[in-house]
Each structure stands twice: as structure tokens, then as C-alpha cells.
Design a protein around this ligand. Structure first.
Ligand code: PHE
Length: 455
């Protein structure tokens, strides 16, 4: 039986809108620079295969769990967890999963908004022709000049946060839905255009085998764990972002089918990003291994600087990256905004601004840790490194673990069965994956992190 609740924040106008919004959340900085780079580091095609297995075995069951909880509770994650725990006769403390999600969202935003600010800055640099003819030294200097200048970073960070708050404050239909319905198709078009360009370059064949020829001798002991972590981050799982979007999903949408569509879209964008970026690098004899945050911001402009219409392509590329980051950051601010609206008498505008100010202030920490505070460390990391490590490597997996455990162990069968609407066999498959496989995978990642930390 459906729970017959409605969301005070409104509903997506269609299942496709939900898919666009959730894909907008999933596709972000994680896909466009992180996926290609860690693929390169972890054995190319063999890593891609393992990643796909992780998406299906861990990502899908957890995403289905998040959406089903969200739609059943129809409120922000804290209140959804509270409502469902009460309904199922479970401890009120399950709301802490939602509380942790709010904190994680702030921590991710604190570094996400800074990197997104770089993409804005690079759009301007591309448009002004700054990369034309630049070599490794010049592009290194352009990047260093940006990150060492707190005032410039502050300006871009502030602009990006205002863009995020602006959309979220307009609400589900007028804000989020409007934004993704323009940005996501634009993003796909831009990406296809870049892949089309890359196909004409001489490095395309090398890139293809680099990405898709599995060489299992390249697989190391931590490869599976890296793939699992990337699956989490890339699908936006573990913080209640997808749960919040699920709260605005209509009762007749089929959750498993929707999950599979989002997973395929997210994975395609990651693969297409690889197919856009690597051919350009190979064509110009650049080494992907020198990547990290510098892969896109330092190395790619060298290639753009040498090619015909390079400024235009660079501008397109950084615009794409900015769109991807923007639609992801909306889903980081929406859960806490929705919670404030439910909890207080705040208008949506006031709630979004308040949440945005908190994220902005936290972002100042990561901003300053790139320059004035670069000597100050927390557990051997700069503030930037610390919020990134804590949120991505610890808090997302822990959040995802609790979400899967709650949905598969603590919710009644009648509730999850009614939400998922699967046949008996497929339902059983979800239950086994959400009860055992996904939690075991996450616990393995955490143990690996712990041993890495201690050892
Ligand atoms: N999935 C986003 C990316 O790949 C990051 C993100 C994580 C967004 C968690 C929201 C929640 O960049």
C-alpha cells in the first residue's frame, strides 16, 4: 500500500524530470575529472569493468533504497527517517542518518564550490584566449596564480554559491526543474560535441584501448575498493540527496527502472568524458598520470592552446564542467533547505540563503587552505583535503550503509514491496544486495581506509 503522504515542497512534473534532476546530481566534477583519472591509475578497461559491477551490485540497491525511503517519507531526510522509524516502530535515533547527511552535504559543498569556482574562472580565461600557445609552464602558472589569490577565489566561490542558492530558493518546480531541464540537455550536447571532436584526433584509438581493453594484470589489491568509492560519490549516494529528490517523485513512477536509467546515464557521461579528454591528451603527448585536480586545469589547457579553435573548445569544456557542478550542488543544498522549511517558519528563500551562508563560510576554510593557511593541517591534511577526505571517504559510505541497512532490515516487507513493485525474484535480489552485498562492500572500504590511516 502507498503511504499516501504528500510533499510540502511540491512534486516533479514527470518521472523524466526526476531522472534529469537525479542525473544532474550524479553527473558532476566526480565524473568529468575524477573518473577518467582514476581509471587511468587503476588499470584502464579492467577498472571500468569492476566499476560497472560496483554500480550494479552496490550502487543500484542503495539508490533504490534511498528513493524508496524518500518517496515513502516525502520529507527532508531527517524528517523522512524520523517518520518512517516511528511508523515501523523503530528507534527515533534513525533520524541521525539524516542529520549526518546534512553535515556531509555542507562538507562536500565546502570544497565543491571552490572547484566549481575554478571552472567559472577558467571559462573567462578560455574566452579571453589566455591558453593560446601556452606550454606546461604557462598553464601551471595560470593555475597557481588563481589558487594563490584568495580574493579571486573568494569572488568565484561567492558567485557559484549565489547561483546555487538562487536556483534552490525558487523551489522544486520553478527552480530545480527549470535549471535541469535546460542544463542537462546542454551538457549532453556539449559532451557529444567534444567527443565528436576527439574522434577526429589521432589519439582516439589509443584512448579507446586505454579505457576499454581490460588488462587484468593492472589490477591491484585496492582497485575494487577504489571502484566502489567512486560508484558512491558518482551516484550521489549516502547523504540523502537522492532521498530528497525521491520525496518529490510521483507514486506511480517505477523506482527500479528509474534507478537503472539514472545509473546508465551517469556511467555514460563518465565514459564519454573519458572519450573526450584522453584522445586530446594522447594527441598532444600529455601524460594522464600527472592528473589529480591538475589534470583538467593544468594539463588540458596545454592541448587546447595548441589546437585550432582551442579557445572555443576550452570555453565549451569548462562551461560543461560548470553546468555539471551546478546541478550537483543544487542537490547538496536542497536537503537542508527542505529541512529548514519543514522545521521553522522560514520561507524557502530564507532557508536557502541561510544554508548557503553556512556552506559559504565553511568554503572559506578550503579557500584559505589553498593559500594563506596552506601550512595549517588537520590530521596531516589541509582544511580542503580534510573536508574532502572526511566527507567522501568516510561520511558517504557510512551514510549509504545505514540507509541500506534501514531499508532492508528495519522497514517492513509490505512497505518496501509496495514501493519497489518488483516481482518476487527481483525483490529478493534487491533484498540480498541491500542486506548483505552493499553493506559488506562498504565495511570493506571503511576497513581499508582505517588500515591506510593507521598503517
Ligand atoms: N555525484 C556528484 C559528482 O559526481 C557529487 C555529489 C555527491 C553530489 C554526493 C551530491 C551528493 O560530482
Amino acid at each position: 500500500m502507498p503511504a499516501n503522504r504528500t510533499s510540502v515542497h511540491g512534486q516533479w512534473s514527470s518521472r523524466w524530470m526526476f531522472i534529469l534532476a537525479a542525473t544532474g546530481s550524479a553527473v558532476g566534477l566526480g565524473n568529468i575529472w575524477r573518473f577518467p583519472y582514476i581509471t587511468a591509475e587503476n588499470g584502464g578497461g579492467a577498472f571500468v569493468l569492476i566499476y560497472l559491477v560496483c554500480i550494479v551490485l552496490v550502487g543500484f540497491p542503495i539508490m533504490m533504497s534511498e528513493i524508496l525511503l524518500g518517496r515513502r517519507g516525502r520529507r527532508s531526510p531527517i524528517h523522512t527517517m524520523e517518520t518512517l522509524a516511528k511508523e515501523e516502530g523503530r528507534s527515533r535515533h534513525w533520524r541521525l542518518v539524516g542529520v549526518m547527511g546534512v553535515f556531509t552535504g555542507f562538507f562536500i559543498l565546502a570544497f565543491y564550490s571552490i572547484v566549481a569556482g575554478w571552472t567559472l574562472a577558467y571559462m573567462v580565461r578560455a574566452a579571453s584566449g589566455m591558453f593560446a600557445g601556452a606550454g606546461a609552464q604557462e598553464t601551471g602558472e595560470i593555475f597557481a596564480a588563481l589558487v594563490s589569490d584568495p580574493e579571486r577565489l573568494l569572488a568565484w566561490h561567492t558567485i557559484f554559491m549565489i547561483m546555487t542558492v538562487f536556483v534552490v530558493s525558487r523551489g522544486v518546480k520553478q527552480g530545480l526543474e527549470q535549471a535541469v531541464s535546460y542544463l542537462m540537455p546542454a551538457l549532453f550536447l556539449l559532451l557529444l560535441f567534444l567527443v565528436g571532436y576527439s574522434m577526429t584526433t589521432s589519439g582516439f584509438a589509443t584512448a579507446l584501448s586505454y579505457l576499454f581493453r581490460p588488462d587484468f594484470s593492472q589490477i591491484g589489491p585496492s582497485t575494487v575498493l577504489v571502484a566502489l568509492g567512486q560508484a558512491f560519490f558518482s551516484l550521489s549516494l549516502g547523504i540523502g540527496a537522492v532521498m530528497t529528490y525521491g520525496a518529490y517523485l510521483s507514486d506511480n513512477a517505477h523506482i527500479p527502472r528509474t534507478t537503472v536509467t539514472i545509473g546508465i546515464l551517469d556511467t555514460s557521461v563518465a565514459l564519454l568524458a573519458g572519450l573526450a579528454i584522453f584522445p586530446i591528451m594522447f594527441t598532444f603527448g600529455l601524460q594522464p598520470e600527472e592528473g589529480g585536480p591538475g589534470l583538467i586545469f593544468k594539463i588540458l589547457p596545454i592541448a587546447f592552446g595548441q589546437m585550432a579553435y582551442g579557445n572555443v573548445l576550452a570555453f565549451i569544456f569548462f562551461t560543461l564542467l560548470m553546468f555539471a557542478a551546478w546541478t550537483s550542488s543544487l542537490s547538496l543544498l536542497e536537503p537542508v533547505t527542505a529541512w529548514l522549511v519543514e522545521k521553522t517558519s522560514y520561507s524557502r528563500m530564507r532557508a536557502a540563503i541561510s544554508a548557503g551562508v553556512v556552506a559559504w563560510v565553511l568554503g572559506l576554510g578550503s579557500l584559505l587552505s589553498l593559500n594563506l593557511w596552506s601550512e595549517a593541517t588537520l590530521f596531516g591534511m589541509t582544511f580542503f583535503g580534510f573536508v574532502e577526505y572526511l566527507s567522501v571517504n568516510i561520511m558517504l559510505p557510512v551514510g549509504g550503509l545505514f540507509i541500506a541497512v534501514f531499508a532492508a532490515w528495519f522497514m517492513s516487507r509490505s512497505a518496501t514491496f509496495a514501493e519497489l513493485r518488483l516481482g518476487n525474484k527481483a525483490y529478493l535480489a534487491w533484498k540480498v544486495a541491500a542486506r548483505f552485498i552493499a553493506p559488506a562492500g562498504v565495511i570493506l572500504i571503511l576497513l581499508q581506509e582505517l588500515f591506510g590511516f593507521l598503517g
